[in-house]
Unconditional design. Structure first.
Length: 432
């Protein structure tokens, strides 16, 4: 059974489940909103539905119920590899079942067939200045592909709302297939004298991305597979996923929706944090004389940072209250492949001393490292030293979750998103 047919068999049972929930329990209260939440980014308000992943404060992210260690064990691997294939995670997120090796092979082959970039897109990418931020180029490249949207074409022709998932599925498959090519083209154009590398039809999605970027170390293919899995989905309330959901709720197609989400990912409080963390780590090394600082040196530097009213990048999380399991997975990779690397040793030393310092400081709700605290040092080790490109890597990965959620939104006929706004005067009246 093809993936599309498999997905189709899941739709009606899920539609029935949602209809029954609304009919029988539609007025059941599931959340209350405080003034602090209304004025503080709607944090923690239970008002979105997402079945692809769930974020537990202590346990971390679960993808369709599976933890990251479980996925690393259960998802299919490339021949001779140890890391899970992103194609397998996409299958799991889409249909809620673990894929077979053959299921993953079919997705790899289908994405290879859909991956060629149209000539007009290449011309558009070539027209961007090389000093334009890679995320701007990436968002623009995704948006330019909207010209070929099957969803928009079918909607104009007239299509039942119950069938909107079908052209959306075709759009997300086309888009996911092309993202590594778009991203690697931007990388080679911006940083490698516009010398491009053609895709290798024998490689899987993540390995091909690494190959087209031009990183020769074979270990980087394994890192890319792991990276693309770890950053793929994070519920639907984060900025990039929620933005894409919001835009998609207006029945905008996958290209409009993902491009908007990528714009949100580019913010320093979201995806851009990964490049800023590495910049900060390199600055720490420089200020402390280069090399790996002593524990005492680093401790003093961190206290000076906090007492100066600054934060320690890479530590803390809006939801998590324990070490991010995505951090742990990257740490295990580093311990196996680059234990003596200086930057990794600084990252390890930060992990050793920072949580206790933040606990004593008392102002951080979560003193533990998040995923951004680790990813940069791995990229630098394999020669990807262009910090501004790191968020593009994040964007390619996050598209897996965003687009999976988007096709399910159309399959279930989710409504246009339109929360009610209130004024500060109204709030003051409520508390009198």
């Amino acid at each position: 059974m093809t993936l599309k047919k498999k997905f189709e068999t899941k739709i009606d049972p899920m539609r029935d489940r949602v209809k029954a929930l609304i009919k029988e329990h539609g007025n059941h209260v599931i959340s209350e909103v405080t003034i602090k939440q209304a004025l503080g980014g709607i944090r923690g308000v239970k008002c979105l539905v997402c079945d692809t992943s769930n974020l537990d404060p202590m346990e971390g992210i679960r993808f369709r119920g599976y933890t990251i260690p479980e996925l690393c064990e259960k998802l299919p691997k490339a021949q001779g590899g140890k890391q899970p294939l992103p194609e397998g995670l996409f299958y799991l997120l889409l249909v809620g079942e673990l894929p077979t090796e053959n299921d993953v092979k079919e997705i790899t082959e289908e994405w290879q067939q859909r991956s060629k970039l149209p000539d007009y897109l290449v011309k558009i990418l070539d027209s961007y200045p090389t000093d334009m931020h890679p995320m701007t180029q990436f968002s623009g490249g995704i948006l330019a592909l909207q010209k070929d949207s099957i969803f928009s074409k079918k909607y104009r022709e007239g299509i039942s709302k119950y069938d909107l998932w079908d052209p959306m599925y075709e759009d997300i498959m086309n888009l996911l297939a092309k993202l590594p090519s778009i991203a690697s083209y931007i990388y080679r154009k911006t940083y490698k004298d516009n010398k491009h590398i053609k895709a290798d039809p024998k490689l899987d999605w993540g390995a091909n991305f690494a190959y087209m970027m031009g990183v020769e170390n074979p270990e980087y293919k394994e890192l890319m597979r792991l990276y693309l899995v770890l950053h793929s989905d994070h519920e639907s309330g984060n900025v990039s996923a929620h933005t894409s959901h919001l835009v998609g709720s207006a029945l905008s197609d996958a290209y409009y929706s993902l491009s908007a989400g990528i714009d949100g990912l580019a913010g320093p409080l979201h995806g851009l944090a990964n490049q800023e963390v590495l910049r900060w780590i390199m600055n720490v090394k420089e200020k402390l004389g280069g090399g790996v600082p002593t524990k005492e040196q680093l401790t003093k530097f961190l206290w000076d940072t906090l007492n100066g009213g600054q934060v320690i990048p890479g530590y803390g999380h809006a939801v998590l209250r324990a070490t991010d399991p995505r951090y742990k997975a990257q740490r295990e990779f580093a311990l196996e492949h680059l234990p003596d690397d200086e930057i990794f040793q600084v990252v390890s030393l930060l992990y050793e001393v920072t949580p206790d310092i933040l606990k004593k400081h008392g102002k951080a709700m979560n003193p533990w490292p998040n995923v951004d605290a680790h990813s940069g040092c791995l990229q630098v080790y394999y020669g990807v030293t262009e910090y501004d490109f790191y968020t593009v890597l994040f964007g390619v990965s996050r598209a897996i979750g965003i687009l999976t959620q988007l096709v399910w939104s159309r399959a279930l006929g989710f409504s246009i998103e339109r929360p009610k706004s209130i004024s500060t005067d109204w709030l003051l009246e409520q508390v009198k």
